[in-house]
Design a protein around this ligand. Structure first.
Ligand code: AVI
Length: 319
């Protein structure tokens, strides 16, 4: 009989429910209306996103794992010894787990806004790695990055895969990279970045034939209903994904299929047919543009590796 170490779980909710409600109300009343993409990730949204990563059209996850498969040893050499691996937006923790054999962290700190989903993943992981110290944190790290004390900064490797950095505005991405750097001076960052490519590859990745991405986007309305006690009817809306080449980003929107009125305690908004709610941006970078962003945020020793088609890049940098 063996008793695996119990994973520690820290639930941090830097935004109390009422702050989320204020944010949602402001976004819904804005013209054009917008909802922050973090509302895509309730338990069902996280499960839908995991399913999206298996779609033939959604290339980023496969490209990223190809890079780790082909260049894993070179990447591990560039990073050097790792004691603590801090996984930003860990989800099901599978990506980090694949790197355990080459990076051999002693302490794993997965952070994700979807606390329930993370907790289930961490329980599974601890059974497979009984000696690994795991501290899971349910946190919206895009606002604040609060880590448990006792992990020296120079022993920290931040792992930010999947091109999630592309879901932030350029200003927020810069601020986020700076925040990470302050937390790992002497340590490093390993980050996945999606690259600019033709529209005919990009758009189907965000508007797939099985409509999983449509379900992922529409599910955000159900999440908003539960947080705000609003009365969105999912059937009134349709999923839109388009590449805005001037801004180098995929945009996701929800478009009203008819005139609708959406109400919540203390407020309401009328949407005309065809009016949209902007729900997500996913920025695409050239390798030079991302290397410049890292350098402007204070990183050095920047290196990157790509998949065979040059669709995705992994950057490693020292803080
Ligand atoms: C999590 N993030 C990197 C995904 C992306 O590709 O921007 C979210 C996503 N949105 C639609 N499909 C996937």
């Amino acid at each position: 009989l063996f008793a695996p170490a119990a994973p520690k779980f820290i639930a941090q909710n830097p935004q109390p429910a009422s702050a989320e409600q204020v944010e949602l109300r402001e976004g819904l009343m804005a013209r054009p209306a917008h909802i922050d993409p973090k509302f895509l990730y309730d338990a069902l949204g996280s499960a839908l996103f995991t399913a999206i990563t298996q779609l033939p059209e959604y290339y980023p996850t496969r490209c990223e794992s190809e890079i780790f498969q082909h260049h894993g040893a070179a990447i591990a050499r560039h990073i050097g010894p790792v004691l603590s691996m801090i996984d930003l937006g860990a989800g099901d923790c599978v990506k980090a787990e694949r790197l355990f054999p080459s990076l051999r962290p002693r302490h794993y700190v997965p952070i994700d806004i979807s606390a329930d989903y993370l907790q289930a993943a961490v329980r599974r992981l601890q059974l497979s790695y009984p000696d690994l110290q795991i501290t899971a944190i349910g946190q919206d790290f895009t606002h604040e990055l609060a880590l448990p004390a006792g992990i020296p900064a120079e022993q920290r490797l931040f792992f930010y895969p999947g091109s999630s950095i592309g879901n932030l505005s350029p200003e927020d991405a810069h601020a986020m990279l700076r925040r990470i750097r302050e937390q790992c001076a002497g340590g490093g960052l390993l980050v996945g970045v999606d690259r600019v490519k033709p529209k005919h590859v990009l758009e189907p990745a965000y508007d797939d034939a099985l409509h999983l991405t449509a379900a992922f986007n529409l599910n955000l309305l159900r999440h908003v209903n539960s947080v705000l006690d609003a009365d969105f009817d999912v059937d009134d809306w349709r999923h839109i994904a388009l590449f805005n080449s001037a801004s180098s980003r995929i945009e996701m929107h929800l478009e009203a299929q008819r005139a609708v009125r959406v109400a919540w305690p203390g407020g309401a908004r009328a949407f005309s047919a065809g009016e949209r709610i902007h729900t997500e941006n996913s920025y695409k970078f050239t390798p030079q543009a991302f290397a410049d962003l890292l350098q402007s945020a204070g990183y050095r020793d920047v290196a990157h590796w790509s998949d065979s088609r040059g669709w995705f890049s992994i950057f490693s940098a020292r803080a």
